[in-house]
Design a protein around this ligand. Structure first.
Ligand SMILES: *Cc1c(COP(=O)(O)O)cnc(C)c1O
Length: 361
């Protein structure tokens, strides 16, 4: 039986009628921009994260740029970012006028650590973007103990729990993407910023609306970057199901372990005390490309997302790494995402592991 890399439809089936009704209600109401659905989603999502504020924006990339600016990042500043991440994490930095400085990641959690961040710190460092990569949790508290504010890039970590709470309320602020493949996903682009900081939230709210708080006076050069009312209505139907879906992802990861996947490839190491909502289940293998080809022949989806790490992308040449990034380069070469979703069954997990075993021998 074929096992796809993603299953973004099965878990949604039980709520499809409710989503259709929510869409119809917005169309009937006709308040399409910053209406009651966005306001309600912001309240509900902030409460879910354990943060005082959520600010809905157009996507996760804008969320990063706006949050960094709301944290006071601008020209002349440096922002430390991992290179083993989605490109947008770094792309958001030059958009503020600041310079991205790349740091390495932990080879087993795939996330930045206090050690990798410390190696990239300079007097110009204004902030660190800690990516909760693949749903695993970066050690935000340990990084802030270095004396630098942290922006969590939580785009892949909806549904994750940590010992000190959920992502979204661990650093100065956090950013979210609701892109259709993420753990909490809308039917298009969407994003948010969460924070406990009243002033930061108010500034982010102005920046998403052209730098104005009253649509009369424009105090800053801002953006047109709002979460759509339709998307907010769709997200509100799904939010109450997020934890159950995250449990499904965790169960799938346990099924992989129980089926013996760790005897064949390197498994991701959950951050201490955390319960990651694996957005992607990424393993390490010296023969990763051969494994991907062999899995495809057996109808099993897999994908290497970050073969070329961000600091080696053409557009990032002006910001080429000052430090060596050995774990990043090794992970870029060896990582491979295997199928995962809230509804991946134990039988499917066993099938994937049998297919991995058949390829690697
Ligand atoms: C998806 C993602 C983003 C960007 O989100 P968009 O909504 O696509 O702009 C940023 N960072 C990470 C880690 C992501 O996975």
């Amino acid at each position: 039986m074929a096992v796809p890399l993603f299953d973004t439809t099965t878990a949604l089936e039980p709520v499809r009628a409710q989503i259709d009704a929510a869409i119809a209600a917005v169309v009937a109401d006709r308040r399409f921009i910053l209406g009651p659905e966005v306001a309600a989603f912001e309240q509900e999502f902030a409460a879910y994260c354990g943060a005082r504020h959520a600010v809905g924006v157009a996507n996760g990339t804008d969320a990063l740029t706006i949050a960094l600016r709301a944290m006071g990042v601008g020209p002349g500043d440096e922002v430390i970012v991992p290179s083993f991440t989605f490109y947008a994490t770094a792309e958001a930095v030059p958009a503020t006028g600041a310079r991205p400085v790349f740091c390495d990641v932990d080879p087993q959690t795939y996330c930045v650590s206090a050690q990798t961040v410390a190696a990239a710190l300079t007097p110009a460092t204004k902030a660190v973007v800690a990516v909760h990569l693949f749903g695993n949790l970066a050690p935000v508290g340990e990084i802030e103990a270095l004396g630098v504010p942290v922006l969590e890039d939580a785009a892949q970590a909806a549904g994750t729990r940590g010992a000190d709470g959920r992502p979204g309320a661990l650093g100065r602020a956090a950013t979210w993407s609701f892109f259709p493949s993420k753990n909490l996903a809308c039917f298009g682009d969407g994003g948010a910023i969460t924070t406990d900081d009243d002033a930061l939230a108010a500034f982010a709210r102005m920046l998403r609306f052209h730098g104005s708080h009253d649509k009369v006076t424009y105090e800053h050069i801002g953006y047109n970057s709002r979460l759509d009312e339709l998307q907010a209505a769709i997200l509100r139907v799904q939010l109450p199901h997020l934890d159950a879906w995250a449990d499904g992802r965790r169960t799938a990861a346990r099924d992989y372990e129980q089926a013996g996947l760790g005897e064949l490839v390197g498994l991701p190491l959950a951050a201490p005390g955390s319960a990651p909502a694996w957005h992607l289940y990424v393993v390490r293998c010296e023969r990763a490309d051969e494994l991907a080809g062999g899995l495809a022949e057996q109808g099993i989806g897999s994908k290497a997302y970050y073969r070329t790490p961000v600091h080696r992308q053409p557009a990032m040449r002006p910001f080429a790494a000052r430090v060596e990034l050995p774990a990043t380069d090794e992970l870029a070469r060896t990582h491979l995402a295997l199928p995962i979703s809230p509804v991946l069954s134990a039988e499917q997990a066993r099938e994937v592991v049998a297919a991995v075993r058949a390829v690697l021998g």
